[in-house]
Design a protein around this ligand. Structure first.
Ligand SMILES: Nc1ncnc2c1ncn2[C@@H]1O[C@H](COP(=O)(O)OP(=O)(O)O)[C@@H](O)[C@H]1O
Ligand SMILES: N[C@@H](CCOP(=O)(O)O)C(=O)O
Length: 316
């Protein structure tokens, strides 16, 4: 029986400075897989089975799982192209907590579409698949944004173009940067965390947002780490969302005092991330976050590098 299994890494949406347009995929330095995986097998009838640490937090009912929606969307897309529909069953390994700010729904969506496309013999190109992924992410989080699906799919640090092709660009990143990601164990709904944001921003904020993005991309291409880190601040969402995150300001103060280069909310939180360019600082920040930011037994942290591979087929 033919089986296809795809893994899609966790991701940091926004990376502080790029609300909805910048994201980064994560690879823990201890080699563990931080992301969901989806496998597909030939079958007469569609079924979705689930397992994994956070499977029991998924909504009840196969039809309410985003993976089932991906399956239906993909089958319709095949039919529109005049191609034969798949006769399969799917399995989701749910490793990422829901509402964590680690791109949990995106990880399931990316792994599902990637596995479906591979299993079907790759009928859709990267941009077509990304547009499908963004559409499904939009259905679940309230509006289409690619800053989790694009890095999880393509790998690296990705910038959204707003164009149909290419949907996203992979930016250079610094190989010596460590990204400490700490999930507090609380759940913050992305849709709710989006609904508290203002719909309009003043001129000064818009100018800062644009300047920071431009400077950041230039600094990445020139390898200027100090300048790149100096513009990694969030003028859009952080001031509105940090009240949902107990100990956020103390965590930032500790990271800054520990040679941290940048600190912010991962996606819509409650995960926070800190960047350091030496392992000792990254580990000191991780220890503090473990002791002070984690709120319950669901919480965890990882010291990561950027995952440059993105989603990939993995063996059984
Ligand atoms: N496979 C899945 N993975 C994650 N969330 C799912 C999945 N299937 C359905 N959902 C639902 O989608 C919503 C995702 O919430 P959201 O806050 O966007 O999570 P995240 O920020 O972790 O991606 C939740 O209501 C969750 O129950
Ligand atoms: N740009 C989005 C990112 C949401 O990421 P998630 O991991 O919390 O789903 C936002 O900030 O709303």
């Amino acid at each position: 029986m033919a089986t296809t299994k795809a893994y899609a890494p966790a991701s940091i949406g926004n990376v502080s400075l790029g609300f909805d347009i910048l994201g980064a995929a994560l690879a823990p330095i201890d080699g563990c897989l931080l992301g969901d995986w989806v496998s597909i097998s030939d079958a007469e009838e569609f079924q979705l089975s689930v397992d994994g640490r956070f499977a029991d937090r998924l909504p009840a009912g196969t039809e309410n799982n985003i993976v089932t929606r991906c399956y239906n969307f993909f089958q319709d897309a095949l039919a529109k192209e005049g191609k034969t529909k798949l006769s399969i069953s799917m399995h989701l390994h749910k490793a990422l907590p829901i509402g964590s700010g680690l791109g949990s729904s995106a990880s399931s969506i990316v792994a599902a579409f990637y596995a479906l496309n591979e299993h079907a013999g790759s009928p859709f190109d990267k941009d077509s698949l990304l547009l499908m992924m963004g559409e499904l992410e939009g259905q679940i989080s309230g509006s289409i944004h690619y800053d989790n699906v694009a890095p999880s799919y393509l790998g690296g640090m990705t910038l959204m173009t707003g164009q149909a092709s290419p949907v996203a660009l992979i930016l250079p990143s610094f190989d010596d940067w460590y990204w400490v990601a700490c999930y507090s164990g609380l759940s913050v709904s992305t849709a709710a965390a989006r609904s508290i944001l203002p719909q309009h921003f003043d001129m000064a904020t818009c100018l800062t947002f644009g300047r920071q993005m431009g400077v950041f991309v230039d600094a990445l291409y020139r390898g200027d780490k100090t300048l790149a880190a100096s513009v990694m601040t969030d003028v859009i969402a952080e001031q509105h969302r940090k009240s949902l995150l107990p100990h956020f300001d103390e965590a930032r103060d500790f990271a800054n005092a520990q040679n941290g280069l940048a600190f912010g909310i991962s996606g819509s939180g409650p995960t926070v991330f800190a960047v350091a360019d030496d392992l000792a600082s990254a580990q000191a920040i991780q220890t503090w976050l473990n002791d002070n930011y984690i709120q319950n037994e669901d919480g965890f942290s990882h010291v990561c590098k950027i995952d440059k591979a993105g989603t990939r087929v993995v063996s059984e």
